[in-house]
Design a protein around this ligand. Sequence first.
Ligand SMILES: *Cc1c(COP(=O)(O)O)cnc(C)c1O
Length: 372
Amino acid sequence: MVDLKGQYEDIKATVNSSVLEVLESTAYINGPKVHEFQKNLEDYLGVKHVIPCANGTDALQIAMMGLGLKPGDEVITADFTFAATVEVIALLGLTPVLVDVNPDTFNIDVDAIKKAITPNTKAIVPVHLFGQCAPMDAIMEIANAHNLYVIEDNAQAIGATYTFKDGTKKKTGTIGHVASTSFFPSKNLGCYGDGGAIFTNDDALALVIRGVVNHGMYRRYYHDVVGVNSRLDSIQAAVLNAKLPKLDDYNNRRKAAANAYDKAFEGHNNIVTPFRDGVQDNHVFHQYTLKVKNTDRDALVKHLNDKGIPCGVYYPVPLHSQTAYADERYNEADFTVTNQLIQEVISLPMHTELDADQIAYISNTIIQFVNG
Ligand SMILES: *Cc1c(COP(=O)(O)O)cnc(C)c1O
């Protein structure tokens, strides 16, 4: 699904020397590399504050802690996403409110958000799923009208640019009140272990969050709030400093692979390629996910595996049907899209090192199976 080795070979000299510097310096925790990466990412995103932390799940949790969300507060998020998003809502004693998604973009459905708002709603967590921007124009409008926080889960879309109706462009993760991201190795900007970050343009919130990530300390050994211990390692920051200048190139290579797949599948009615809204930069293809119609998707997965082609089903079970998150408040009729998507989606190999031969082999194998 990913080719981390090929990517590493290309940047080996820079990464190795940057990591060796950390080893020699012994500044393993909160060393200068971490601060340097924070500044570099702030500049890249055009955001006032980046707060590095240990992983993308922590980043979401810390963002919610920083906003001061309290048990009983309802947080609306998508039913069709990785469990981390709903997990931290539940862990903090907040009430997750899962809603259906759009059948084309797979992103949170705007009308479903509107329907789910109650007097207890405090926040919306859009996930820019598979690298495609959620409909932030409408989400910010709803949030402003109802006085809600917007926490962007940007784990899958770092480097994407969202274009508003009025033509304004902003990087994902800099639109809502606060955002989280993950540097898990296979993410679009991945380190060589775990890593994550929180972004915000709000000075006061950034100050609170810098304390939350560090045991709730604002002065050494004075703990004003209950915090967590969540740090980005200096070694991971060294890797990220070497990779950040390549991020746009990496995302461009993903888009080129996606375009090649699109072209290969053109004219095949049972193969629905990822939705495009015509704005090239708003999808950075963390995943390239097809919908297959009139096809036994699980048999296709098996067939591809037999042919030596890795593929993934993201996600096979919607969150509202997971044992941990099932709730009698949920009504199956409200999840018709996710219930259908879980039967049709299949994600193909997608990374920075895919070549034309690989894409041709993968797409031909799929086309033969789906037609046959
Ligand atoms: C990867 C991911 C996370 C979690 O990131 P970790 O660094 O693995 O904790 C959260 N949300 C989404 C949508 C993700 O894809």
